[in-house]
Ligand binder design. Structure first.
Ligand SMILES: C[S@@+](CC[C@H](N)C(=O)[O-])C[C@H]1O[C@@H](n2cnc3c(N)ncnc32)[C@H](O)[C@@H]1O
Length: 454
C-alpha cells in the first residue's frame, strides 16, 4: 500500500499548492556554528594527519564509554583529507557507505548549556576552564581545529564558535552547543549525506539508550524554531557524564572517497540566503552542486527550495489556525494519537473531536485535505533535493498528525511507518525518536486505529 500511495503522491500536481497562503517555519535548522565570523583571515591548518585524527585519550565518564564501545562504530570508515587552501581539512569515506550507517560517534570534548552560553561575561573563563580540563593531546587537537578568527572573541572562543554544533531544540532542557574533535572536521553541504543527532548523557544509561526527537518534531507543529535537525534527548540532568554523544548517520549512499558532509544551516533557505549565512557566520562560500551559480542544478534546486519554504509556511499557518480553533472549542478532551506522548504539549495538541460542539469535521475537511496535499508535495521536494534526514522525518510526522485530523487512520499508520523507516536511517534504531514512533504505532494498533481518549 505504501508504495502505491507514495507514487501517487509524488505525481501530484504541485501547481494548486502554489496558490495557497504562506506562513512560518517547519524544520529546526541543523547543526550550526552560530556565532558570526566578522573577519576571515587566512586559515592556518595543522599539518594533515595521516588517517583519522588521533584517538582522544580523554577518559570518558563510564556510561558514555560503555555506550560508545557498545555501538561498535567502524572507525576505519572515514579518514581525514586535505582539500587544500580555503576548504581545508574534511572527512572522506574509505569505502562505500550505505544509508543508515553510523559514520561517526563521539563524546564532545566541550559542552556548553544554553544557560552557560547566555552569560557572555563568564564565557571566556568558562571555556578556558573546560579547555584546561582536557588532556594535553586533546588540547593540542583543539588548538589545531579550524579557526575563522572571529574578531570579537578570544582565540579559544573563536575556535569553539568555528566548530561547535548547536544543540538548541524547543524541548531541550539544556540546549546550548558542543564541540567534538572529529566532528569538527566535517565540512558543510547544502545537500548533506550525514544527519547529526545528539544524545544527552542520561539517555545513554537507560535501557533504550536513545536520543531525542528532532527540534522540529519536539515542537510538533510549533514550527517557529529554526534550529534544525537534531535528535535530542533531554530528560533528566547530566550528572556524571555531562557531555553526551554526537552521532552522524549516513542518509544517502556515499561512494568511496566521497566527502562526508553535514548541513550547518536550514534546508529551508534559497541559495542566496544560504550564501549570505555562510559568508557571515562561517566565512566561506559553498560550492556544492546546488550552490554553484549559473548552473542548471542551482536553478532547479532554488526553484524547489522556494516551494519548500512556501509550503512550510502554509503548514505552519494552518497549524496555528487549527490550534486556535481546537483550543477554543475543546481544550483538553482529546489528544491525537500522533501527539499523545508529547505530554508537555497537551494543551497545544488538544484537537478536534467528533463530540466537540464548536468545530465540525466536514467544515474543516477541505482545509485538512489541502494541508495534507501540501505536505505530500513537500515530501516529494525533499526527496528530489536529497534531504532524507530529519526534514523528511518531520514532514512524515506532520502527515500522520494531519491524517488523524482527517480521521484517516490507515493513512496515519502509513505515515508513521515512513517516519519510522526514515528515523532508523537518520538516527539509528536505538534512538529515542524511533522509540517514540514505535510507541505511537503501538498505540494506534491497540486503539484499533481509533482515536485515543485521555
Ligand atoms: C567546522 S570547520 C570544518 C573543517 C575544516 N575544513 C577544517 O579544516 O578543520 C568549518 C570550516 O570549514 C570550511 N568549510 C566547511 N564547509 C565548506 C565548504 N562547503 N566549502 C568551503 N569551505 C568549507 C570553512 O572554512 C568553515 O568555516
Amino acid at each position: 500500500m505504501g508504495q502505491t500511495r507514495e507514487k501517487k503522491l509524488s505525481n501530484r500536481n504541485l501547481k494548486s499548492q502554489q496558490k495557497q497562503q504562506t506562513g512560518g517555519e517547519l524544520v529546526p535548522e541543523l547543526p550550526s556554528q552560530t556565532q558570526p565570523a566578522i573577519v576571515l583571515s587566512h586559515i592556518k591548518h595543522a599539518s594533515t594527519p595521516n588517517g583519522l585524527p588521533r584517538k582522544s585519550h580523554r577518559p570518558f565518564p563510564s556510561s558514555v564509554k560503555d555506550f560508545i564501545s557498545s555501538k561498535r562504530v567502524d572507525t576505519s570508515l572515514i579518514q581525514v583529507h586535505d582539500f587544500g587552501p580555503g576548504k581545508g581539512l574534511g572527512l572522506v569515506a574509505t569505502r562505500k557507505i550505505e544509508p543508515g550507517t553510523l559514520v561517526l560517534e563521539e563524546e564532545p570534548v566541550i559542552r556548553l548549556t544554553e544557560e552557560e552560553e547566555r552569560d557572555s561575561s563568564q564565557l571566556h573563563d568558562l571555556l578556558q576552564s573546560r579547555y584546561q580540563c582536557l588532556t594535553d593531546i586533546d588540547k593540542a587537537e583543539f588548538r589545531n581545529l579550524h579557526d575563522t578568527k572571529k574578531t570579537d572573541f578570544s582565540p579559544r572562543q573563536s575556535i569553539y564558535w568555528s566548530n561547535d554544533y548547536n544543540l538548541k531544540a524547543p524541548r531541550s532542557q539544556y540546549g546550548g552547543s558542543c564541540l567534538g574533535l572529529k566532528a569538527s572536521r566535517i565540512n558543510h553541504s547544502c545537500t548533506p549525506n550525514v544527519q547529526f543527532s545528539f544524545m544527552e548523557p542520561e539517555s545513554l544509561t537507560s535501557s533504550s539508550a536513545a536520543d531525542p526527537v528532532s527540534a522540529e518534531s519536539a515542537s510538533e507543529g510549533d514550527d517557529a524554531s529554526s534550529v534544525t535537525s537534531m535528535d535530542h534527548d533531554d530528560a533528566g540532568a547530566p550528572q556524571n557524564c555531562k557531555n553526551g554523544v554526537m552521532r552522524f548517520y549516513a542518509i544517502r549512499p556515499i561512494k568511496r572517497g566521497g566527502e562526508i558532509v553535514s548541513n550547518y544551516d536550514s534546508a529551508y533557505l534559497t541559495s542566496e540566503q544560504r550564501q549570505l549565512n555562510q559568508r557571515v557566520y562561517y566565512g566561506f562560500q559553498c560550492d556544492c552542486s546546488v550552490c554553484r551559480p549559473d548552473t542548471d542544478g542551482n536553478a532547479i534546486s532554488d526553484g524547489r527550495r522556494k516551494k519548500m519554504i512556501r509550503y512550510r509556511h502554509m503548514v505552519k499557518d494552518a497549524e496555528q489556525r487549527w490550534r486556535a480553533r481546537a483550543i477554543d472549542a475543546h481544550p483538553r478532551r482529546q489528544l491525537e494519537v500522533t501527539s499523545k506522548l508529547d505530554s508537555e504539549h497537551t494543551m497545544a495538541h488538544a484537537a478536534y473531536t467528533a463530540s466537540s460542539p464548536n468545530i465540525s469535521l466536514s467544515s474543516m475537511k477541505p482545509e485538512i485535505s489541502s494541508i495534507i496535499e501540501t505536505l505530500e508535495c513537500l515530501v516529494d521536494l525533499l526527496k528530489r533535493e536529497g534531504l532524507n534526514g530529519v526534514e523528511l522525518a518531520d514532514v512524515y510526522s506532520k502527515l500522520a498528525k494531519w491524517s488523524e485530523r482527517a480521521d484517516d487512520m490507515d493513512a496515519v499508520e502509513e505515515w508513521l511507518k515512513k517516519e519510522h523507516a526514515t528515523c532508523i536511517i537518520a538516527f539509528g534504531a536505538d534512538s529515542r525518536r524511533v522509540k517514540k514512533v514505535e510507541e505511537r504505532l503501538d498505540l494506534l494498533e491497540r486503539s484499533d486505529k481509533g482515536k485515543v481518549k485521555v
